[in-house]
Design a protein around this ligand. Structure first.
Ligand SMILES: O=C1O[C@H]([C@@H](O)CO)C(O)=C1O
Length: 544
């Protein structure tokens, strides 16, 4: 079956947290419409770019694009941007059930509000291994009052201006900023998004499958529903061996399904409470109402919202990461051995006076001609052909100290993987340029799911640590955090012909170079559609 969507992407002045800001909407909404499909369907999105003076591209996050690598929506990697005024048609199969996302993948457009959910249901007659009465979803984002253009200008200037902490956390597009002292024409306190908080209406005694996704531009979050336990059952489209949490840590690019039963005192409402963790943030918690029917949805809970977990306590976050295992009966066993190990040291450093992020001292820049096109047509002059390093100087590099990394460079070189081989990636975190500081980075892989085979603290030891890998019941995911001063080990099969980005999902960090690109099986990629071409050196492959 084909699911057809017709979208118009456009700037509109919106006030999701009361403050008026040009927001990128789809058919007038941010978050955009949820794509609803069933396993095996083909999704067709006919996208009209009405941004007037800006190009666009949309990535279908978690959809592997098997056989359609040109519709991954990653500007510079798999396609040219969609020019203002043009209409572009994405067409791809959703081959697995679960909760996925979509969002802009061009410059820093995502933070302007261009995002939404993809929900893929099971085939008729097939049941989830858990039961619930209702299915709801809630997209968590962070919200800045400055524009993406202003952020980009600051980040790419040699007098670096950091984006800082977001002004608000939005619960499915709703937040509340304190407008006192702000000119009234700048704050629209009567907008629906601002005047009524996010509300989840629940019927006492019923169980809810709550799909939670994060597409923050920066913030790592803790999500909780006051007084209610949550049972984690799904992440990134894979069934999780159930475990119970009071608060769920969620990083940008991840999705979770949790089961929540409305089993508390039904005479009142409760807070849904979203807090920034991992950074010493000034952003107020995002608050919504968990509304027990028939209480009035605006009836304030009688309690003061909790402050949430300590922002700098890594231990519970690492513990949650380690608790996520594949569900019994749904385990895909990884290959026991790898063909290739790439250790990726994540550092913040200066390159020619610009503040950048690097992987093994290479800070990534996108080329003008998308890799998929240049590789398919063997135009090797359009990017740097020296492969990036497979590791870093393990003996001398001190991950616990500020380092100048004097020989860090920028490059658009890529990793070329042998088709149908097994690849291990170890993300190695380190100190930033600031004293006694290491940040959390959620890494997202396009075109694949990977097995999460290990987490560790300190420096990864390639001789000792692999002995402790979980090769029995590791979860498969498409996005995973590397915790401060720690490491995360992943394994995947390079079995999807195409060119795939792997990057930090913090939008500013990818812009600052925190990403790599993998090519695999390019010779098996079919004929590229005309619609992805037109920029850089790709013009000459346009077919008449
Ligand atoms: O990339 C970053 O830059 C700032 C800060 O390190 C600049 O001093 C920060 O917190 C980041 O995550």
């Amino acid at each position: 079956r084909t699911r057809h969507y017709k979208w118009e992407v456009k700037y509109e002045l919106k006030s999701p947290d009361c403050y008026k800001k040009p927001t990128i909407t789809i058919n007038g909404r941010s978050p955009g419409p949820t794509i609803e499909a069933q396993q095996g369907d083909t999704v067709v999105v006919e996208l009209k770019n009405s941004l007037v003076t800006e190009n666009v591209a949309i990535h279908w996050h978690g959809i592997r694009q098997i056989g359609t690598p040109w519709f991954d929506g990653t500007e510079g990697v798999t396609q040219c941007p969609i020019i203002a005024g043009d209409t572009f048609i994405y067409r791809f199969d959703v081959d697995r059930p679960g909760t996925y996302l979509y969002h802009a993948h061009y410059g820093m457009q995502r933070e302007s509000g261009l995002y939404g959910f993809i929900r893929v249901s099971l085939p008729n007659g097939v049941l989830e291994p858990y039961s619930y009465d209702y299915d709801r979803s809630i997209l968590l984002t962070d919200w800045y009052h400055k524009s993406a253009a202003e952020h980009t200008a600051g980040l790419t200037s040699d007098s670096f201006v950091w984006v800082g902490e977001p002004q608000s956390i939005l619960l499915h597009g709703r937040g509340r900023f304190n407008c006192s002292g702000i000119a009234s024409e700048q704050c629209n306190q009567t907008s629906t998004e601002c005047s009524s908080p996010h509300t989840l209406i629940v019927v006492p005694g019923k169980t809810y499958r709550l799909r939670i996704g994060s597409l923050t531009s920066l913030a790592a979050l803790s999500f909780e529903i006051e007084g209610h336990n949550m049972t984690v059952v799904e992440t990134d489209g894979h069934n999780v061996e159930p475990f119970v949490v009071q608060n769920l840590f969620i990083y940008s690019g991840e999705t979770y399904s949790v089961l929540v039963t409305a089993n508390q005192d039904p005479s009142r409402n409760y807070w849904t409470n979203v807090k920034v963790v991992s950074r010493n943030s000034s952003t107020p918690n995002g608050l919504g109402i968990f509304n027990y029917y028939p209480n009035h949805p605006r009836k304030q809970p009688p309690t003061i919202p909790s402050t949430g977990p300590a922002w700098d306590d890594v231990a519970p976050r690492l513990a949650q990461s380690r608790a996520i295992k594949a569900r019994q009966g749904y385990i895909h066993t990884p290959p026991p051995l790898t063909d290739r190990l790439i250790v990726m040291l994540n550092t913040q450093n200066k390159v020619n006076n610009f503040v950048r992020w690097s992987v093994n001292n290479v800070s990534f820049n996108l080329p003008h001609t998308p890799y998929l096109i240049s590789l398919k047509h063997n135009m090797l002059h359009v990017f740097d052909q020296t492969p990036p390093p497979n590791g870093y100087d393990f003996k001398t590099y001190d991950i616990f100290n500020q380092s100048e990394n004097k020989n860090a460079t920028t490059s658009n070189s890529i990793y070329r993987l042998n088709f149908n081989t097994t690849v291990d990636i170890v993300l190695q975190n380190a100190n930033t340029m600031n004293f006694n500081n290491s940040e959390t980075h959620p890494w997202h892989l396009h075109g694949h799911d990977f097995w999460v085979i290990g987490y560790g603290t300190g420096k990864f030891d390639m001789f000792k640590d692999p002995a402790n890998y979980n090769l029995v019941d590791p979860i498969m995911k498409n996005t995973v955090p590397v915790h401060p001063y720690g490491w995360t080990a992943l394994r995947f099969r390079a079995d999807n012909p195409g060119v795939w980005a792997f990057h930090c999902h913090i939008e500013s960090h990818f812009l600052m170079g925190m990403g790599v690109v993998f090519e695999e099986g390019i010779e098996q990629v079919g004929e590229l559609p005309n619609s992805i071409m037109g920029c850089g050196d790709s013009k000459r492959f346009l077919k008449p």
